[in-house]
Design a protein around this ligand. Structure first.
Ligand code: ASP
Length: 440
């Protein structure tokens, strides 16, 4: 029987109704032996996530503001789950421990982790599975750096003793036993680590959408779902801002060759998206997805005879390094080089950076273009077909979009265009219509 690790996100663990859906999903397949869960998320749009409330608790304490009410709200959510699901995991006692630790100066990581810890306790009891804590199994070094191989060994050895277990996501421990969390959304990572450790056949990641969509639904009405996505394609798409899965969840699954299946807890019959190493082109499809990101700035540097000057680009890059500014793309011409940089990295550094460039580069001119957006059209199918670029540029021309920058990766699985932010939505629609809507 295939071993399945199923991770359920915050929306899937938000209340008793959702947790009953988890049970139906888990009970439908005896292969679902290891279940990783998030803290309860929002039950309705104005609701608060438990994790957010736990961070708020810490802030209240740090500024010596009253915290009791926030703690009470979190406690009531878990007491409510206990009562609703008819389980007894000692929530009241757990909160006495938390309150005591809180008074002793508990860390933000410890407090935040309690959401996952208690969620896993409740869900384990409801499913009739064993609860296995990740403290001492998901391991970080004393500096807080995550330890991949040590974690794999510890998780593997412990989980081998359990036929079925529920495991809290999001956190582990440092050598002194203190709790350390991953970054936000990090239960996805725990799920992938568990999948690797138990050598699962598939890592199911259950959330509130039926996988990845071919384009942002805020721009394209009812975009098609992506059935198959390779790791490389996902990287190109997530890098541009499509976030369904935590980026760092890919590595462990990819390393172990385990496909990730994104599924929808509310529509469990939907097949969702399968992410795997499979680079095949499915169903003759050229484009797999289109993702875009607004808010880039372009710094255009012009210097006569630039191309003959040795070390010029290196000098630019070393200045950017000094300022700790990452760079997205560097399209260049014979005497020009453009630096495409996400605006957020320049917010408080642009003036100083320009001053430094002026001092050190001896450029003839330096121009700034604000409001640039990047759009990536991605798909393995693009490499084998002629005329893809022509079709893409034509669609933009016909839509009246001025292309400011073009970049094609050498693997030919992506074409990135830079357009003015005012044209962002129009450009995405034009590309989608040309490659996706037309082919259906
Ligand atoms: N509960 C954590 C968060 O809200 C981790 C997770 O859900 O993956 O970020």
């Amino acid at each position: 029987m295939a071993v399945v690790v199923a991770k359920f996100g915050g929306s899937s663990a938000a209340d008793g109704i959702q947790i009953r859906k988890i049970k139906a999903i888990v009970d439908s397949d005896p292969g679902k032996r290891y279940i990783v869960v998030s803290a309860p998320g929002k039950r309705f749009s104005a609701d608060s996530k438990v994790t957010d409330m736990l961070y708020l608790l810490k802030t209240q304490i740090d500024v010596s503001a009253p915290y009791e009410q926030v703690l009470q709200v979190v406690k009531e959510r878990f007491l409510g789950l206990e009562a609703d699901l008819g389980v007894d995991v000692g929530i009241a006692d757990e909160f006495s421990v938390i309150e005591k630790k809180l008074k002793d100066g508990a860390s933000a990581d410890y407090l935040a982790s309690r959401g996952e810890y208690l969620s896993a306790k409740v869900i384990a009891a409801f499913l009739g599975y064993e609860f296995v804590d990740t403290a001492g199994l998901v391991l970080f070094n004393e500096k807080g750096k995550f330890l991949h191989d040590e974690t794999d060994a510890a998780l593997g050895a412990t989980l081998a003793k359990y036929e079925r277990a529920v495991i809290p996501g999001f956190y582990g421990t440092t050598p002194d036993g203190n709790i350390k969390t991953f970054s936000r959304g990090g239960s996805d990572i725990t799920g992938a680590l568990v999948a690797r450790a138990v050598k699962a056949d598939v890592y199911e990641n259950w959330t509130d959408v039926s996988g990845f969509l071919m384009a942002d639904p805020r721009v394209i009405e009812n975009p098609k779902a992506i059935k198959n996505l390779s790791y490389k394609e996902l990287r190109e798409l997530s890098y541009m801002g499509a976030s369904v899965l935590h980026e760092n969840a890919i590595y462990p699954a990819r390393l172990a060759g385990i496909p990730i299946n994104i599924r929808n807890t509310n529509l469990p019959d939907d097949p969702g998206t399968i992410i795997s190493a499979d680079d095949e082109v499915h169903g003759g499809q050229i484009v797999t997805g289109i993702a875009g990101n607004k808010d880039f700035i372009v710094i255009g540097i012009h210097k006569n005879m630039m191309s003959n000057e040795i070390g010029f680009i290196k000098l630019i890059l070393s200045i950017l390094e000094d300022y700790k500014i990452p760079i997205e793309h560097i399209p260049s011409g014979i005497d020009t080089v453009s630096l495409v940089i996400a605006k957020k990295y320049l917010d408080d550094k642009l003036d100083d950076l320009l001053e430094e460039f002026e001092k050190k580069l001896g450029a003839d001119s330096i121009e700034i273009f604000e409001n640039m957006s990047l759009i990536a059209t991605v798909g393995h199918g693009m490499a084998s077909v002629q005329g893809v670029a022509a079709k893409l540029f034509n669609s933009l021309t016909e839509a009246g979009v001025n292309i400011r920058m073009i970049d094609q990766g050498s693997s030919e699985m992506n074409i990135i265009v830079g357009v003015e932010t005012k044209d962002f939505e129009t450009a995405i629609r034009a590309i989608y219509d040309a490659f996706v809507a037309e082919s259906s």
